[in-house]
Design a protein around this ligand. Structure first.
Ligand code: DX5
Ligand code: ZN
Length: 219
């Protein structure tokens, strides 16, 4: 397995966001996780397409992984495609027509993701497996960084891994929430390949050694 580490900018110092992104990239981050919250689908408010546009301009080749926690989601999918999102994941419950939204992401040229809240069964994705490039499994309730990892999502993660293997699909599994030195191993063992980490990385003194350690623990 070749684990990918995706620092979540939610835990970065927003007063120097560009420099924070540069620092984690220089420290070995594989992609940048960009959390978009709307104070409606989740009780928090973060950043929108203008901020991604600025980061895209400064980092033309970086993979930006946009996690949309907004309802309704359709118009923002278009806006994030316009400013160069590389991956976009949506919560099915925010889509009027899930298949249509996933199609839109694909035709806009980004990788297509669906997000499962901790309590949401993978069965909601039954009709969409053909359209997905990745599944994002939430291991905390979406809305805030710094929460504790919920180990009860691990059996679901393993079931998703098993069904992807059985059907020989090319779909990555990403995990988001409470990923740290003490939780990343279990998530990897259950089948995660892309690991979002906000506070574990940005609250550490040495981004490079934290990312290297997380990567080693996942491998
Ligand atoms: C939570 C967000 C996460 C969050 C992770 O709703 O989707 O991406 O930033 O933060 P940590 O790693 O601190 O749990
Ligand atoms: Zn996220």
């Amino acid at each position: 397995m070749n684990p990918k580490i995706a620092p979540s900018i939610l835990a970065a110092d927003f007063a120097q966001l560009g420099d924070e992104v540069e620092a984690v990239l220089a420290s070995g981050a594989d992609l940048i996780h960009f959390d978009v919250m709307d104070n409606h689908f989740v009780p928090n408010l973060t950043v929108g397409p203008t901020v991604l546009a600025a980061l895209r301009k400064r980092f033309p080749d970086v993979e930006f992984d946009v996690h949309l926690m907004v309802d309704p989601v359709e118009r923002l999918v278009d806006e994030f495609l316009d400013v160069g999102a590389s991956m976009i994941s949506v919560h099915p419950e925010t889509c009027q027509d899930v298949g249509e939204v996933l199609d839109r992401i694909e035709s806009g040229g980004a990788k297509v993701g669906a997000v499962l809240n901790p309590e949401t069964s993978e069965s909601v994705l039954a009709s969409y497996w053909d359209q997905l490039n990745y599944v994002l499994v939430m291991s905390v309730k979406p809305g805030f960084g710094g929460q504790s990892f919920m180990p009860e999502v691990l059996p679901k993660l393993a079931r998703i891994r098993d069904s992807i293997r059985r059907d020989e699909r090319d779909i990555d599994i990403e995990i988001d929430g409470g990923i740290s030195r003490s939780t990343i191993g279990a998530a990897a063992q259950a089948g995660a390949e892309i690991f979002v980490a906000g506070s574990a990385i940005f609250n550490s003194d040495d981004y490079a050694s934290t990312i290297a350690e997380l990567r080693a623990l996942a491998a």
